[in-house]
Design a binder for this molecule. Structure first.
Ligand code: SAM
Length: 481
């Protein structure tokens, strides 16, 4: 293909949408890996973090504000992405991110320190084998011992019926005129004209018709990055395990937290069929088939003591102790913790008295898992079951991993938020349509705050005689000392 052809490499004449991903927080990744048996990271001390293909680096800039003692690096070859990322960092006053306007291949040549975290979201399925090789070399050379890698990608079998739609879209876009964005819109319009039941592909694959309807509602910049790169590869999870093993990494768990708990995903028949398979590799692959998975957020660890490619393991007593040492809390209003919770395979119910006691614990802010188990474990309750319930509540999104334990009383006369939090609150208050992600050192990432709550927080900081928004005080965004 010619160099001027917009489809000759990674789409760069259109920017990717500015998105925040909670799974990229060091605290979240630490939780996912500890759940899988890895040793916890000390997030209270200095650490290094690299975001490969950072786009607007929204999550990384906010995470850097939430971990001022961490050193963050963000790399992307698109100058418009890096420029926007630098602007956000400057607006929030975040100084602990080094930006690299560079390809991964060029980054390989740079003298970089070892990283405790290397993340890539929305990259691995959208770059070709040469770029994946550069990524693998970066991981092999630049990941610290016991460092964690996050990689998300499209996986089979969930794409098996839709993959031909992408080929059709690419060919239609190549035949259209204009910018990549307008070609994406033309291709979708053309596919809609074809996507009727007289075309047997659409009739025989009803989910493809649904996918087409969803695509028609998606912004063209997203569609261009998702489908119009030269490379578009849907991977099998076990192949990614093999590729990561070449860089010395073992599978540690999933940052889609529910995926770490088969009970939340599989009915009894599927669970029994998978359990009967002869090895962990087959069970890993079969689970993708059981849930028809199409996207994975895998976490890998450089485990110098483990066997390459296999799940990192700690003795069970150590693994339990590590898990109990992690902090969890509730980012929503505590009163909204309900006895009935949505899980991937349906819903799950908890006893009313357990939920009442849990709400009271969560009012304190973030609490060690072991402390909640001990606190709720009296009155003949089974501690193992309580631990399990807490992990299920985190997996279902009712509770969240936190970076630290604690909470703040916002009662003192000196009212404050960190400069980065105050700037993000101002962004949120200015935009009634989109919540801003406000950094919280307690949470270890950004907290979605809407315009009204942000405006209240700013009035409280300015000294108005009023209560602070209690959620923001509980979650450490607002402090009265
Ligand atoms: C789909 S976007 C994801 C952006 C961001 N991680 C997110 O999820 O919001 C993929 C990003 O990878 C970058 N990219 C693709 N190939 C690259 C390469 N070889 N070197 C550096 N960056 C690359 C693109 O410019 C783009 O910003």
């Amino acid at each position: 293909m010619q160099a001027s052809d917009p489809f000759s490499g990674y789409v760069s004449d259109v920017t990717f949408p500015d998105r925040f991903h909670k799974e990229l927080s060091p605290a979240w990744l630490n939780y996912a890996s500890v759940l899988g048996g890895a040793r916890p990271k000390d997030l209270g001390g200095p650490f290094r973090y690299l975001d490969l293909g950072c786009g607007f680096a929204h999550s990384t800039v906010v995470n850097a504000a939430a971990f001022p003692h961490g050193q963050f690096h963000a790399c992307d070859l698109n100058p418009a992405h890096i420029a926007a990322a630098r602007q956000r960092a400057a607006r929030l006053g975040v100084g602990n991110v080094v930006f690299h306007e560079a390809s991964f291949e060029a980054l390989l040549e740079q003298d970089l320190p070892p990283f405790d975290f290397i993340v890539m979201h929305g990259v691995y399925s959208w770059v070709d084998a040469d770029v994946r090789r550069a990524v693998s070399q970066l991981l092999a050379r630049r990941l610290a011992d016991e460092g964690l890698v996050y990689v998300s990608y499209n996986c089979e079998p969930g794409w098996s019926s839709e993959a031909p739609l992408r080929k059709l879209m690419l060919e239609l876009a190549q035949a259209a005129r204009g910018s990549t964005e307008s070609r994406a819109s033309s291709a979708i319009a053309a596919m809609q004209a074809l996507g009727n039941p007289s075309f047997r592909y659409f009739r025989d694959n009803p989910n493809v018709a649904d996918a087409l309807a969803a695509l028609a509602k998606s912004p063209p910049d997203y569609v261009a990055h998702e489908f119009l790169n030269r490379a578009w590869a849907v991977h099998y999870s076990v192949d990614v395990i093999d590729q990561m093993a070449e860089a010395g990494l073992s599978y540690a768990g999933s940052a889609t937290l529910a995926d770490n708990h088969p009970t939340l995903l599989l009915d009894r028949q599927a669970a029994e069929a998978i359990a009967a398979l002869p090895n962990a590799r087959l069970r890993h692959l079969a689970e993708d088939f059981a849930v028809n998975r199409r996207f994975r957020r895998d976490v890998f660890v450089r485990d110098t003591r483990g066997t390459r490619g296999t799940r990192a393991g700690q003795p069970p007593a150590d693994a339990l102790r590590h898990l109990e040492g992690l902090a969890i809390g509730c980012v929503a209003e505590v009163e909204r913790i309900d006895t009935r919770v949505t899980i991937p395979r349906g819903a799950m119910s908890f006893q009313a008295d357990f939920i009442t006691d849990l709400r009271a614990s969560m009012q304190q802010g973030a609490v060690r898992i072991g402390d909640i188990v001990a606190h709720l474990g009296g009155d003949n309750r089974n501690r193992r079951e309580i631990l399990q319930n807490l992990l299920f509540l985190v997996a279902s999104g009712v509770l969240s991993p936190f970076a630290q334990t604690g909470g703040y009383s916002a009662t003192g006369p000196r009212r404050a938020a960190s400069p980065a939090a105050a700037a993000a609150l101002a962004d949120s208050a200015d935009d009634a349509t989109t919540p801003a992600f406000v950094p919280s050192e307690l949470l270890g990432t950004g907290l979605a705050v809407g315009a009204e709550e942000a405006a209240q927080a700013l009035r409280w900081i300015a000294g108005e005689a009023m209560q602070p928004p209690l959620r923001l005080a509980r979650l450490g965004v607002l402090q009265g000392t």
